[in-house]
Ligand binder design. Structure first.
Ligand code: ADP
Ligand code: MG
Length: 346
């Protein structure tokens, strides 16, 4: 496995406060790596350090094996072979789609004819050939974002850095663009680092992802690993709609107020009090009148299109988020069975 991006103990302070605190990670060549975290956690600063728009206080950065920052080196952004896609599209408003994409090619000395051929290929990749003669003002948000992607490709970027590129789009278009981004990523062959505050988007796109908080990475893994086996309460709380409950763990089983259910844990998890993550899909809602393991009263309900999601206050004391494909109402009494849970390590 060759390495696309290698970040070693990188740090950046603003006014004495760390925005990025000793972060280390590697992204494989051609991998799509997503960093997710709430606003202000240091995502953009980290991306700007990799792009060369900021100088790190400590640590080093290598892109495809070459040091670009650290140990006295500071390669300027335009020599790093990176393309940058921001939340706002930053197209030249007076140029057509075609000229926007051709610009980086002609700027580095390619002939007009050669550039034109190359541009057609890149516009094809992002399905924008038909709109090549338009100006940015006559394009939708999603179309503008596609032009920005094509321009990245035309610039020959082996590394593409994306800072919340879909944040300004409406939810429907975002779904379409997620599919397009995956297609774009595969056909570009570029190493891609993508940041977002949206955990759903992160899971949909990532080969691997990192959860960031307070300038640090809390956990790195595939979306499935992070969803199914979060390493801490903080990660469990940030990803998905699960509930964390106090249990007693022993030999693959958790005990919640005398009710026992299967629980997965890291190997070597000792017997004793622990915290378990229970996700809605790990909870079965039993038919009315059935004898459940646990019973409770519905505190609040959200309708999520075909699925009702409720917070259930258990008679035993804890609260669980449950999902059901039939209506639930505030005050309803429910009997449930917990099918599986994940014991949070530590
Ligand atoms: P995110 O992209 O995750 O929302 P940022 O990387 O933009 O977070 O910001 C991380 C922290 O660093 C925030 O507390 C922010 O206020 C601070 N910060 C970012 N850029 C600057 C700057 N140029 N000057 C001072 N503080 C900054
Ligand atoms: Mg940001």
């Amino acid at each position: 496995m060759t390495t696309g991006i290698e970040v070693r103990h990188i740090g950046k302070d603003y006014a004495g406060k760390p925005a990025v605190a000793e972060v280390s990670f590697t992204v494989a060549d051609r991998e799509l790596f997503v960093i997710v975290g709430e606003s202000g956690c240091g995502k953009s600063t980290l991306l700007r350090l990799i792009a060369g728009l900021e100088t790190p206080d400590c640590g080093e950065i290598l892109l495809h094996g070459a040091r670009v920052a650290g140990q006295g080196t500071m390669v300027p952004p335009e020599q790093r072979g990176t393309g940058f896609v921001f939340q706002s599209y930053a197209l030249w408003p007076h140029m057509t789609v075609r000229d926007n994409v051709a610009f980086p090619l002609e700027a580095c000395g390619m002939s007009r004819k050669q550039a034109a051929r190359s541009v057609e290929a890149h516009l094809e990749t992002v399905s924008m050939k038909e709109l090549a003669a338009r100006k940015p003002e006559a394009l939708s948000g999603g179309q503008r974002q596609r032009v920005a992607l094509a321009r990245c490709l035309a610039g020959g970027a082996r590394t593409i850095l994306m800072d919340e590129p879909l944040a300004n789009l409406d939810p429907h278009l975002r779904g379409t663009m997620e599919r397009e981004l995956l297609h774009f990523h595969r056909s570009s062959g570029a190493t891609t680092l993508y940041i977002t505050h949206d955990q759903r988007e992160a899971m949909a796109l990532a080969d691997r992802m990192a959860v960031m908080k307070g300038g640090r990475f809390l956990q790195v893994g595939t979306p499935q690993e992070i969803y199914e086996r979060p390493g801490s309460v903080e990660v469990a709380a940030f990803i998905g709609h699960g509930s964390v409950v106090e249990v007693y763990y022993r030999d693959g089983m958790a005990d919640l107020s005398g009710c026992r259910f299967a629980a997965t844990a890291v190997s070597g998890q000792p017997e004793g009090p622990a915290r378990a993550l229970v996700r809605p899909e790990g909870i079965e809602i039993l038919d009315a009148g059935a004898e459940g393991q646990l019973a409770g009263t519905v505190r609040s309900v959200l309708y999520r299109g075909g699925i009702w999601e409720a917070v259930l206050d258990l008679d035993a004391g804890a609260s669980l988020t449950v999902a059901h494909d039939a209506p639930m109402r505030v005050g309803d009494r429910l009997a449930i069975r917990i099918k599986r849970a994940w014991v949070l390590p530590g």
